[in-house]
Design a protein around this ligand. Structure first.
Ligand SMILES: *Cc1c(COP(=O)(O)O)cnc(C)c1O
Length: 461
């Protein structure tokens, strides 16, 4: 095949968009461990999960076998509002770095919510509506997930109640207003509106909150209000499944031009964008058809893969959610006020944790000042103003491209550019003013988190 000139941006036709999500669990020999009921330590049944989540989503959560799951037409139509997402060849960045590496990024920031989260928000809202529910509750950290969910809910005429981590609620008033524009109600967490919120406030007065706290509150409201269920923006198997649309689209675009990535990089908070981006490539690797180097990038302030333990732990601070086996810092771990709010989660997707544990993926942690340096370097040549979360992937992509410059290797590097940073200008301001700090937890800090992980036979002994 003659080599085609690769355009700056590869856009698929609407007719080429994926009609199925890809479920990487079907190709995993070691399946992600099941969620456990914290009371009985037995795997959560469909019935038990159905109290918290929508029926169809429970099925997806438990489905370790079906490789492909059809994307309902209504969801595909919604996707067309902002997809296909472009696969960009970063010619300008390559030129600036003077690297022989070929750099590509899949840009997911082309929608009002500003991130990939809309891919799962519309799916979860769709199944809630399909089940005849009145509304959904959720948590949001930096606000991207809450914004995405409020957009999806307004489209489907569902009520949307968002618990927003208090420090973000205060630091990011604009995101809050975007959510309200789409009709969501937004409560700063921890709040007095739930029992668990009151308890957390009594124990930690003045806390700026965490994702783990906000999850507890949102679950409490969902399970105590008729016609409501809880939805989660990351971590769960179902979310990785929905986000596979990122990877499947990327693979279709790359195959069209005969491009094969050597290295695939993504930032990892709960693992959904990374899991989605790598899924079809990981599938090939798991089936022995191809080999790739996968790199998860996390903040040094919240290093669940690089410094956490692989154990069953609570997904939330209030310990009301099921136990998930994952790389975790302990559900009581509250990371320092890092500006990449979407990466401040104590755990990691069970699917990615298992793949990492089995040696299929690497992980790196990076400090936030170096992340903002990379973000600025990228913005100045590629034009897009990246989200701090996404910039973790940029940082490592640049590091890898610079290694190629030293060795002369022409590696093809693909990374996920998950979103834009327009609502993160406070963080950029701190960086520009030289006031940004890099807080890295000490071993003692981490030990305090690990001490909170439940002990039972086979876990943390
Ligand atoms: C939420 C978010 C992330 C991290 O979440 P994952 O589930 O790990 O993908 C990364 N980037 C952006 C822009 C986000 O909003």
């Amino acid at each position: 095949m003659s080599e085609k000139k690769i355009p700056y941006k590869i856009y698929l036709e609407e007719s080429e968009m994926p009609k199925e999500w890809y479920n990487v669990r079907a190709d995993m020999k070691n399946k992600p461990a099941p969620l456990l009921n914290p009371g009985t330590l037995k795997p959560m049944t469909e019935e038990e999960l159905g109290v918290v989540f929508c029926e169809e989503l429970v099925k997806q959560e438990l489905d370790n076998d079906n490789r492909f799951i059809e994307i309902p037409e209504k969801i595909r139509d919604f996707y067309k509002m902002y997809r296909p997402a472009p696969l960009v060849r970063a010619y300008c960045l390559e030129e600036k770095l003077q690297t022989p590496a070929k750099i590509y990024y899949k840009f997911e920031g082309n929608n009002t919510s500003g991130s990939h989260k809309l891919n799962s928000a519309i799916a979860q809202a769709y199944y809630a509506k399909d089940q005849g529910l009145k509304g959904v509750t959720t948590e949001t950290g930096a606000g991207q997930w809450g914004t995405a969910l409020s957009m999806a809910c307004s489209y489907l005429d569902l009520d949307c109640q968002v618990y927003m981590v208090k420090c973000s609620y205060e630091q990011k008033p604009f995101r809050r207003e975007v959510m309200r524009t789409y009709g969501a109600s937004v409560t700063p967490s921890p709040s007095e509106t739930t029992e668990i919120g009151k308890k957390i406030l009594a124990e930690h007065p003045g806390t700026s909150g965490s994702l783990g706290c906000a999850i507890s509150e949102a679950v409490e409201v969902a399970t105590h209000t008729e016609g409501y269920r809880y939805v989660l923006g990351s971590v769960l198997n179902q979310v990785l499944l929905h986000q596979s649309v990122i990877g499947v689209e990327t693979k279709i675009a790359m195959d069209k031009y005969g491009i094969k990535p050597d290295i695939i990089i993504g930032c990892a908070g709960g693992g959904s964008n990374l899991g989605g981006l790598i899924s079809p490539f990981m599938g090939e690797q798991l089936r022995g058809e191809a080999e790739y180097q996968f790199i998860a990038v996390e903040p040094a302030s919240c290093p669940s893969l690089t410094r956490g333990v692989f154990a069953y732990d609570f997904c939330d601070t209030g310990m009301v959610c099921p136990l998930a086996k994952m790389y975790t810092l302990g559900s009581g771990f509250i990371p320092s006020a890092n500006h990449a709010g979407g990466l401040r989660y104590h755990g990691m997707s069970s699917t990615l944790s298992q793949l990492y544990h089995d040696g299929y993926m690497e992980a790196r942690s990076v400090e936030q000042t170096s992340v903002f340096e990379a973000a600025e370097q990228f913005a100045r040549v590629e034009g897009i103003l990246p989200a701090p979360e996404s910039s973790h992937a940029i940082k490592v992509a640049i590091d890898e491209a610079m290694k190629c410059k030293e060795t002369g290797e022409e590696k093809t590097i693909l990374f996920g550019l998950t979103g834009t940073g327009y609502f993160d200008m406070y963080a950029y301001e701190k960086f520009h003013d030289g006031k940004m700090t890099d807080y890295i937890p000490t071993d003692e800090d981490l030990k305090a988190g690990f001490d909170g992980i439940p002990r039972f036979p086979g876990n943390m002994e």
